[in-house]
Design a protein around this ligand. Structure first.
Ligand code: DX5
Ligand code: ZN
Length: 232
């Protein structure tokens, strides 16, 4: 599939939002044209930072209509899946290294009524995809090491994106279900086009969106510039 035929989605990450005004923040990015709310869950165990859990997801849910994309950076994974599904998550992704039984966790997410995805750290090999393509709705490639917003995009993510794009296209050409390809970390106005050309269709943007200066049109301004860079 060519870049121009893919539909692009932008997912602002609440990690860079003002947590004291989270409802207002998610409403503002939805109004600015966000397609998803990216919800980063960190446990100070699998990653060296601690964020928010299902209670905050439930609190945010009524503020927006767009899907909530829950990125679990927690270990263990399985116990918290149902809690997030009940809290209104629409997509739940997790890191395969953090799950004892990857196939089971993917099934648990779908049984809970959510779309399921695997997340690959920069050094995590794509072999984790080998036997679970039929159980995936999303593949998320980390373009930074997980744990913090505002890090620099790791260029080795580009060939990795091309490799996953080829696998997904071959899978879908053979009649497989739709699988979205998301990228997370260091995505900005000046590199999003290159990231799209490498095969991503869903773009997490934390600091790029939530640190957008008011003088440049705030969230609406940066969302417009991201879309313009995508040619959408
Ligand atoms: C990092 C998180 C990202 C983070 C991205 O572990 O998974 O979602 O918010 O932030 P930026 O876009 O600032 O790199
Ligand atoms: Zn994330």
């Amino acid at each position: 599939m060519t870049t121009s035929k893919r539909s692009f989605r932008i997912a602002p990450s609440i990690l860079s939002a003002d947590f004291a005004r989270l409802g207002e923040e998610v409403r503002a990015v939805e109004a600015a044209g966000a397609d998803l709310i990216h919800f980063d869950v960190m446990d100070n165990h699998y990653v060296p930072n601690l964020t928010v859990g299902p209670m905050v997801c439930e609190a945010v849910r009524p503020h927006v209509k767009i899907p909530i994309d829950v990125h679990l950076m927690v270990r263990p994974v399985d116990r918290i899946v149902g809690d997030f599904a009940r809290a209104g998550a629409n997509i739940i992704t997790f890191h395969p290294e953090a799950s004892e039984h990857v196939d089971r966790t993917l099934a648990l997410i779908r049984e809970a009524g959510c779309k399921a995805g695997l997340v690959f750290n920069p050094a995590t090999p794509l072999t984790w995809l080998d036997h679970v393509m039929d159980k995936l709705d999303m593949v998320l490639l980390m373009s930074v090491n997980p744990g913090f917003g505002g890090q620099k995009f790791i260029p080795a993510t580009l060939p990795k994106l091309r490799a996953v794009r080829a696998r997904i296209d071959a899978w879908q050409a053979a009649g497989g279900q739709e699988i979205r390809l998301e990228v997370d970390g260091g995505v900005k106005v000046d590199n999003i086009a290159e990231v799209a050309a490498a095969g991503a269709d869903t773009f997490v943007a934390g600091s790029a969106v939530f640190s957008a200066p008011d003088a440049d049109g705030g969230y609406r301004g940066v969302m417009g510039r991201l879309r313009a860079a995508l040619g959408a």
